[in-house]
Design a protein around this ligand. Structure first.
Ligand SMILES: NC(=O)c1ccc[n+]([C@@H]2O[C@H](COP(=O)([O-])OP(=O)(O)OC[C@H]3O[C@@H](n4cnc5c(N)ncnc54)[C@H](OP(=O)(O)O)[C@@H]3O)[C@@H](O)[C@H]2O)c1
Length: 308
């Protein structure tokens, strides 16, 4: 159940920015947290919310932020609230040209895609990127960043309307996984994928290895499909690499390094209009339960936001 409650006023510790929240992004992790499977990490508020946008109420000296600035931030939790305190290293200015509420849909997806697809899997221009769940919040950002940085982008999704949305964002190999085998399609149309962003896990691990090009890299960020088994020989023959990470669990200094890299490399392509947050729905905070129901239905495209 999601119920409104009074909680203690957050207190900004040394190095923290205190934010008056305008909107919070809804993430799959929030659904897992609501179900009791994924509590906030130590040091973060117990209530959900991995990203917000809003206005600075307090900022440490030399943090680069000042009272009244429009910002968005990556959190360990606590974003479903009117106020939140967060280390300054996890705060970003709202990109020029982006609406304050829409900016709540940026920090988690951009940091996740940038850190996994670019920093860990090292996607290069001219390579092929396969994005599973291309129409998800994560997927819509991965498709755009892949295209903007010169990759050929393939996606999987379960309907033609979701695939059309991916095509508009720049995907050019569109795979309805309810109809086609993605392994066959990506091998036939691209000779395999150089990088695969996997939001499924389970039996996708072995299928992803078969879908890889030689020297390919798998960036796994979720395990929704049960236990995975791996044919090590098949991976060896591909000279393949598998990385699996959880952004939320990473320590503050690693999050700060990712956020700094995002600001340097991704903020410019948002500010020049090449990449934008894809917002599927906005709900008032009081309707957070309906927002979660929409996410669980998987009928949305892009991000779901809660507005204070
Ligand atoms: N590890 C990390 O640091 C990290 C960070 C952020 C997010 N994540 C994970 O990334 C995933 C996406 O997050 P989100 O917030 O963007 O959620 P979301 O918008 O709800 O996306 C979930 C997506 O999974 C897709 N999907 C489910 N089963 C699939 C299958 N068998 N084949 C292909 N696609 C499938 C759905 O697409 P269809 O409807 O087309 O099936 C949907 O688009 C979630 O699993 C989340 O937990 C991980």
């Amino acid at each position: 159940m999601l119920v409104e409650a009074e909680v203690e006023e957050p207190v900004a510790g040394p190095g923290d920015v205190l934010i008056e929240v305008a909107a919070a992004g809804v993430n799959r992790a929030d659904v897992l947290q609501r179900e009791g499977h994924y509590p906030s990490p130590p040091g973060s508020p117990a209530w959900p919310g991995l990203e917000v946008s809003g206005t600075v109420l307090e900022a440490p000296e030399l943090s680069g932020f000042a009272v009244g600035d429009a910002v968005c931030a990556l959190l360990g939790g606590g974003g479903y609230a009117e106020r939140v305190a967060v280390p300054a290293g996890q705060v970003l200015p709202v990109p020029v040209g982006i609406d304050l509420v829409d900016a709540a849909g940026l920090p988690e997806v951009v940091a996740t895609v940038w850190s996994n697809v670019f920093l860990l899997a090292d996607l290069r221009a001219g390579e092929t990127l396969l994005v599973h769940g291309g129409s998800s919040g994560i997927g819509t950002m991965a498709v755009q960043l892949g295209r903007v940085f010169g990759a050929r982008v393939a996606v999987t999704a379960r309907s033609s309307s979701k695939l059309e949305a991916c095509a508009e964002l720049g995907a050019d190999i569109l795979i309805d996984y309810t109809v086609d085998d993605f392994v066959e399609r990506i091998r036939a149309e691209a000779g395999g994928a150089d990088v695969i962003l996997d939001v499924v896990g389970g039996d996708y691990l072995s299928r992803n290895v078969r879908a890889l090009a030689v020297n390919g890299r798998i960036a796994n960020i979720a395990s929704r499909g049960g236990t995975s088994s791996l044919d090590l020989n098949a991976l060896m023959m591909k000279r393949g690499t598998i990385r699996s990470t959880s952004l939320r669990a990473r320590p503050a200094d690693e999050k700060a390094a990712i956020v700094a890299s995002v600001r340097e490399n991704v903020w410019p392509v948002i500010e020049n209009g090449a990449v934008h947050p894809v917002i599927g729905a906005r709900f008032p905070f009081a309707e957070a339960a309906a927002a979660h129901e929409l996410m669980e239905s998987s009928s949305h495209i892009g991000k779901i936001l809660l507005e204070v």
